[in-house]
Ligand binder design. Structure first.
Ligand SMILES: NC(=O)C1=CN([C@@H]2O[C@H](COP(=O)(O)OP(=O)(O)OC[C@H]3O[C@@H](n4cnc5c(N)ncnc54)[C@H](O)[C@@H]3O)[C@@H](O)[C@H]2O)C=CC1
Ligand SMILES: CC(C)(CO)C(=O)C(=O)O
Length: 311
């Protein structure tokens, strides 16, 4: 299996490294000092499940790689459009481009660039970041991934990719026939988890401890579910209960990539997360006051970090 990882950062570096360990032909696409370090010293993953290192080809030019079986698309959502415009050299007749990003708009941007038949859906649950150039720090989380066809069909390409994920150490995978719903469930979870940990700037355990903040977490989740239902997905009251139970069970020291970006002066995905939900809520005339509150609180930080981030 030939795979290109477009955006070999926290998620892409972890998954690319694991697939390479399992024997896949993995090409990393990165940029800046991270790319320099990957070229010079290979990829190192410092993982709660055991450190490992792999020497993989790395480039910022997709034309050097050529057509792949799969492109795992793992840039931040604010880079989706620009990176999607560079996908052409990686996409042959049978290539599947799989987004593992957060947000509900990535798949349609990819489909506009490469054609809907080349796009599959995906969701990632892992806590990982670029600790230093060339080094991915995997700090925890369920380390689970869901992939599937956006039209709900079962396909050979989805099954083949799932088998590779299964074969790799340190990753659980679910092959889904309702991946669009899973993408919205993840959006609801991330608007709550990332929104609260970034706005409060404390870990999940302390947010859970106070009725006021835990109730706001739930309301963020519920609001996104309502918007998701208007967008045609099947998110029910049961979904809310299941996910609140999931969030109850997460480690108390869990934060989010949005909190990490906020506190490390990095550009934030606020538009792709709460911003996208607010825009869609307006289209459907749905009130999302908790998402608007988080968006308002984080907007000055997003603006400040957008100016200072050198990535
Ligand atoms: N970090 C985490 O624990 C999780 C993140 N996510 C989502 O996954 C997505 C990726 O997040 P991270 O891995 O944290 O991001 P990241 O910032 O660690 O990695 C993305 C990498 O892509 C690179 N990149 C962007 N455009 C590029 C281009 N045109 N050419 C070459 N390299 C390019 C960036 O320089 C960066 O190194 C986001 O949507 C995020 O919300 C989802 C689950 C967990
Ligand atoms: C779910 C969570 C919080 C970690 O997988 C995430 O998606 C993120 O940090 O962006």
């Amino acid at each position: 299996m030939k795979v290109a990882v477009y955006g070999a950062g926290g998620v892409g570096g972890y998954v690319g490294g694991r697939l390479a360990q399992a024997g896949a032909e993995v090409h990393l696409i990165a940029r800046g000092t991270h790319l320099d370090a990957l070229r010079e010293a290979g990829l190192r993953v410092e993982s709660v499940e055991g450190d490992f290192a792999v020497d993989l080809p790395a480039t910022d030019d997709p034309a050097e790689i050529g057509p792949c079986d799969y492109v795992l698309f793992t840039v931040k959502s604010f880079d989706t459009e620009a990176a999607a415009r560079n996908l052409a050299p990686l996409v042959g007749e049978d290539t599947a481009v799989v987004s593992l990003q957060n947000g509900v708009d990535n798949e349609s941007v990819l489909a506009d660039e490469v054609g809907a038949e080349h796009v599959m859906g995906g969701v990632a649950y892992v806590f990982s970041t670029i600790g230093e150039p060339g080094v991915i720090e995997h700090t925890g989380g369920p380390t689970s991934f869901t992939i599937g066809e956006l039209d709900g069909s079962r396909s050979e390409r989805a099954e083949r990719l799932a088998k590779w994920f299964e074969r790799a150490d340190g990753m659980d995978v679910e092959l889904s026939e309702s991946v669009r719903t899973e993408i919205w469930e993840k959006a609801a979870f991330i608007c709550a988890q990332a929104g609260m940990t970034a706005a409060v700037r404390l870990p999940l355990g302390e947010i859970r401890r106070h009725e006021e903040s835990w109730s706001m977490y739930r309301r963020l989740f519920e609001e996104v579910c309502e918007v998701g239902r208007a967008a045609g997905t099947d998110l029910t009251e049961e979904t809310v209960e299941e996910w609140m139970a999931f969030a109850e069970g997460l480690e108390g020291d869990a934060y989010s990539s949005l909190h990490y970006d906020l506190t490390h002066g990095k550009r934030m995905e606020l538009e792709g997360l709460h911003g996208a939900i607010i825009r869609r809520a307006r289209e459907h005339d749905i009130a999302v006051p908790m998402n608007e509150a988080v968006y308002a609180i984080l907007t000055p930080w997003a603006a400040r970090n957008a100016q200072s981030d050198e990535d």
